[in-house]
Design a protein around this ligand. Structure first.
Ligand code: NAD
Length: 303
């Protein structure tokens, strides 16, 4: 079975490539290494250093005809999307469109797209489900939502099968502090440098943190069992910044401090995603508790 992983040198993509290879898939990777790293790439994967928006990427798909396409390559930095909305649109919208267009040339089995809870914006809901009306607050959220709409319309027009996965805050080994939901990576990096942690506001704001291996398993389940639907990939549990710091205090054997700073403007207070649909249709559920995932993440850093 042949799979293509775009963004396969990145945080989530590199773990997905490892898992697919261990399951016996022949894996091709497209990545331009803009935020990914060559050392994360599994040596059994066939690597193509292309931009997803390029003619090379389009031609490669038509030539290799991968049964499954896992599309993770993206500009995933919210603040960069605000500084450079045009670049963000070129990568996240035009890049996705380029891959979809190549799928018109052969019967792809499934196109699995990595999307985000950033499509929702500030909902005010305690627990968001997939029927919530999206209203993104950042260009990043908007470009991901626009890519979702192209995927849906490609299906309606050309019958291209798809699954859209909207993730909570993904964390784990190999995460860059720059990408989406990077607070856990940011805090680990600060600890490595013996610097104080910075907490915006009172630290009681909560997020739905999901461990990277659970996201990998969701991608694989979605490719096989998902059909033209949107799923939220999350734990459905809220964890505050102060709870996160308490766990770090438990693992870290040196004393460290944290300082409160002003709340960030536009920051969402609480974000939690219902995962009932993914559990029911994909027969998937998160395996890692926050404590277990954090322990693995902490162990992957050298202090
Ligand atoms: P990442 O930055 O680690 O990985 C993205 C990969 O895409 C990198 O290897 C990068 O080099 C590559 N890339 C970027 N632009 C490219 C281009 N134009 N052509 C080819 N390759 C390109 O990010 P990640 O955290 O692993 O995110 C993976 C996907 O999951 C993204 O689509 C992101 O939007 C989505 N997502 C991530 C989170 C999270 O918490 N990390 C949450 C929700 C959604």
């Amino acid at each position: 079975m042949k799979a293509l992983v775009t963004g396969g040198a990145g945080f989530i993509g590199s773990h997905l490539v490892d898992a697919l290879i261990s399951k016996g898939y022949c894996v091709h990777v497209i990545d331009n290494l803009s935020s990914g790293r060559k050392e994360y790439l599994n040596s059994s994967a066939v690597f193509h250093e292309f931009d997803i928006s390029s003619a090379d990427a389009h031609q490669l798909i038509i030539k290799e005809k991968p049964e499954y396409i896992f599309h993770l390559a993206a500009q995933a930095d919210v603040s960069r999307s605000i500084h450079s909305p045009i670049e963000d649109m070129h990568i996240n919208v035009a890049g996705t469109l380029n891959l979809l267009d190549a799928c018109r040339h052969y019967p792809v089995k499934n196109f699995v797209f990595s999307s985000t809870s950033a499509v929702y914006g500030n909902t005010g809901s305690e627990l968001i489900n997939e029927s919530q009306q999206p209203s993104p607050l950042s260009f990043y959220g908007l470009s991901k939502l626009t890519a979702e709409r192209y995927i849906k319309l490609f299906h309606d027009t050309f019958k291209t099968p798809f699954v859209i996965l909207r993730y909570g805050n993904v964390y784990g080994p190999r995460q860059t502090p720059k990408g989406e939901g990077g607070v856990i990576a940011v805090f680990h990096e600060k600890l490595q440098k013996n610097q104080d942690l910075k907490v915006h506001g009172n630290g009681l704001q909560t997020r739905d943190y999901i461990f990277v291996q659970d996201v990998v398993e969701a991608n694989i389940a979605a490719a096989i069992k998902g059909r033209n639907m949107i799923f939220q990939i999350s734990t459905g549990q809220r964890t505050s910044i102060l709870q996160l710091i308490a766990l770090l205090k438990k693992y870290h054997n040196k004393e460290f401090h944290y300082l409160h700073s002003d709340e960030r403007q536009g920051d969402i207070k609480h974000s939690c995603l219902d995962n009932t649909l993914a559990k029911r249709i994909l027969a998937w559920e998160p395996y890692y508790s926050f404590e277990k995932g954090m322990k693995e993440t902490y162990s992957s850093y050298s202090f």
